[in-house]
Write a protein that binds this ligand. Structure first.
Ligand SMILES: Nc1ncnc2c1ncn2[C@@H]1O[C@H](COP(=O)(O)OP(=O)(O)O)[C@@H](O)[C@H]1O
Ligand SMILES: [Mg+2]
Length: 336
């Protein structure tokens, strides 16, 4: 059963220039024990979506639609109800660990406080859980680290502390928003490995947000490709790599390292994503799409439609024949 169900989510920021539709009608669901990847370029609304789910948006934002954790509707909950859910039923890992760590408080105090905020346990018990939490994310000498301040640790160790903090109360839903983007390549690989280990131990539904399809391939069960506030393609990871359907997905695949030059040139995505202040009238990807037809510039993209292969769905005016053919070109090279 789905642990997280998002239906027709619309998140709009009020700005001096007008409303910015950061999330524009997104629907998705994640089962317990599964990892859903959300992939898309910077500015496509990934963080706005995760903050909407966590109830952490600024006051300038409005949220419409439905976000359910199990049976419970989250939209419309009060600040205090959401605070109770956060860190308990659901937790978030950010790109910058200092978003959730307090620089002037020792790590141990922060972890103990996080446990005691949500669970009625003694200070001794909370401390034991904090140390165990640090050990579980591979922090050496966790007892000593309890006395450290966040800025005394390396970026990778800080990221581990934040992950430990997010997992302390065994959340049912974990959202990781670009957890490795700010790290160097080696540390990135270590944190990904940690997340992979945790995925089997923590029986949570995980939403992993990234701009990198390579990360998706390593960690996720399913993937939703986002472009300009909308999901343009959704599939299991195997299906996405075997039969990629949307021209934007082809572009993301072509930009993965180790691709063949011919496919790179054919599928690479020129230009930049549109402004969400005034998005294009037709398909939002049409201005950058090498395959765009007149209908793509005139009419909005169709709703996500099943490709007939499992749960896979795509929002594109191209015929399935064309999508299968072009997709096969890329996935064929993948296997070659
Ligand atoms: N607090 C905010 N106020 C106004 N616009 C915002 C705010 N946060 C994000 N946006 C806009 O919403 C869109 C989506 O941003 P974001 O969710 O951060 O994208 P991503 O996480 O995919 O990079 C962007 O156009 C961004 O400029
Ligand atoms: Mg973001």
């Amino acid at each position: 059963m789905a642990l997280l169900t998002v239906e027709n989510l619309r998140t709009t920021f009020r700005t001096d220039d007008g409303p910015v539709g950061a999330v524009d009608g997104v629907s998705l669901s994640v089962d317990a024990g599964k990892v859903l990847g959300i992939v898309g370029e910077s500015g496509c609304g990934k963080s706005a979506m995760s903050l909407s789910i966590m109830g952490l948006l600024p006051k300038t934002a409005t949220v419409e639609g439905s976000i359910r954790l199990g049976e419970r509707e989250l939209i419309g909950l009060s600040g205090s109800e959401l605070r109770r859910l956060r860190g308990d039923d659901m937790a978030m890992i950010f790109q910058d660990p200092m978003t959730s760590l307090n620089p002037v408080m020792r790590i141990g105090e922060q972890l103990i406080e996080a446990v005691r905020l949500h669970q009625k346990v003694s200070k001794v018990e909370a401390r034991q859980r904090a140390v165990a939490g640090l050990a579980a994310v591979g922090i050496p000498s966790p007892e000593d680290r309890m006395r450290s301040y966040p800025l005394e640790l390396s970026g990778g160790m800080r990221q581990r502390v934040m992950i430990a903090m997010a997992l302390l109360n065994r959340p049912r839903l974990l959202i990781a928003d670009e957890p490795t983007t700010a790290l160097d390549v080696t540390t990135q690989a270590q944190i990904l490995e940690l997340m992979r280990d945790l995925r089997s131990e923590v029986d949570a539904a995980i939403v992993l947000i990234t701009h990198d399809l390579g990360v998706v391939a390593e960690l996720c069960d399913e993937v939703a490709v986002m472009y300009a506030g909308r999901i343009v393609e959704r599939a299991t990871v195997d299906e996405l790599f075997a039969h990629p359907q949307h021209p934007y997905t082809w572009g993301l695949l072509a930009s993965l390292p180790g691709r063949n030059l011919a496919s790179e040139r054919l599928h690479q995505i020129p230009g930049t994503p549109p402004s969400l202040l005034r998005p294009p009238a037709g398909c939002r990807f049409a201005p950058r799409c090498p395959f765009a037809m007149d209908v793509c510039r005139a009419d909005p993209a169709p709703a996500l439609t099943s490709t007939g292969r499992g749960s896979a769905a795509v929002a594109c005016h191209l015929t399935q024949d064309v999508r299968d053919r072009e997709g096969a070109r890329l996935s064929g090279e993948e296997q070659a």
